[in-house]
Ligand binder design. Structure first.
Ligand SMILES: [Fe+2]
Length: 245
């Protein structure tokens, strides 16, 4: 069975609007494991005046959770990242360490407002790239500018950015229109990563297994493996390796 990655989720407890307690985080991680996921990127929100959990609290909770996971689910790897809400200060937010990159690599998960304009998305990605970081645009399908102009994804990729979509959008949890749009993105080969964006055990659940099945059914097993295993391995995990060379 392929070993999937979840590239975007809020499973770290007590730091944003994800689970409050470690126990719920562990239940969600068991679900990830049962879904076939073997590497989870924990990406708590960073957004000024809304989510500004201190980096040392995040690091403490991450270490505590990781210690439990080593006992309970030894094959499951946890990585720490951050979902960075983009503002004019985004470069400074990253450089200062207020928000983490994806496991210390140059990759950063960037969230744009749904109504962000095309010009703003391109300019902000450019600013981040100019400083040596590599953007992963979080749930890109949610941006109106992207849905209006699918070629924007191609332009972002040409700049060196990567595209992530939510498993829920792909499998139709957010409506048929979004599901159809996501399918088109995949057919045009404009998708790089999938994330659950899971927040809890009830409404925004872990759904990587369902998504993997759906992608296999519609796009084939090779494509599923490319997006859910190979890209994370080659693009992100390889960068982690480089840091220690
Ligand atoms: Fe998120």
């Amino acid at each position: 069975m392929p070993e999937y990655f979840d590239m975007h989720c809020h499973l770290l407890y007590g730091v944003d609007d994800g689970p409050k307690e470690m126990e719920e985080a562990l239940q969600m991680l068991r679900q990830e494991y049962d879904d076939g996921v073997r590497t989870v990127y924990l990406t708590p929100h960073y957004r000024k005046k809304m989510f500004e959990c201190p980096a040392d609290t995040i690091a403490r909770h991450f270490e505590a959770l990781q210690a439990q996971v080593k006992q309970a689910l030894p094959e499951l790897k946890l990585r720490l990242g951050c979902e960075i809400h983009v503002s004019m200060d985004v470069v400074e937010d990253i450089k200062s360490g207020r928000c983490a990159t994806m496991s210390g690599t140059e990759l950063v998960l960037l969230e744009f407002s749904e109504t962000a304009e095309k010009k703003y998305i391109l300019e902000r990605c450019h600013a981040v790239i100019n400083k040596g970081y590599v953007p992963i645009v979080a749930h890109a399908e949610r941006c109106v500018a992207v849905r209006k102009d699918i070629e924007l994804l191609q332009r972002l990729q040409n700049m060196g950015a990567y595209i992530q979509m939510s498993a829920g959008s792909i499998i139709g949890e957010d409506g048929f229109l979004l599901k159809r749009f996501c399918r088109k993105v995949m057919q045009m080969d404009l998708l790089d990563f999938v994330g659950s964006d899971a927040h809890d055990m009830k409404s925004r659940k872990v759904n990587i297994g369902k998504c993997a099945d759906y992608i296999e059914k519609t796009m084939g097993a090779d494509y599923r493996d490319q997006i859910m295993c190979v890209n994370p391995m080659e693009i992100v995990e390889r960068s982690i390796g480089k840091r220690y060379e």
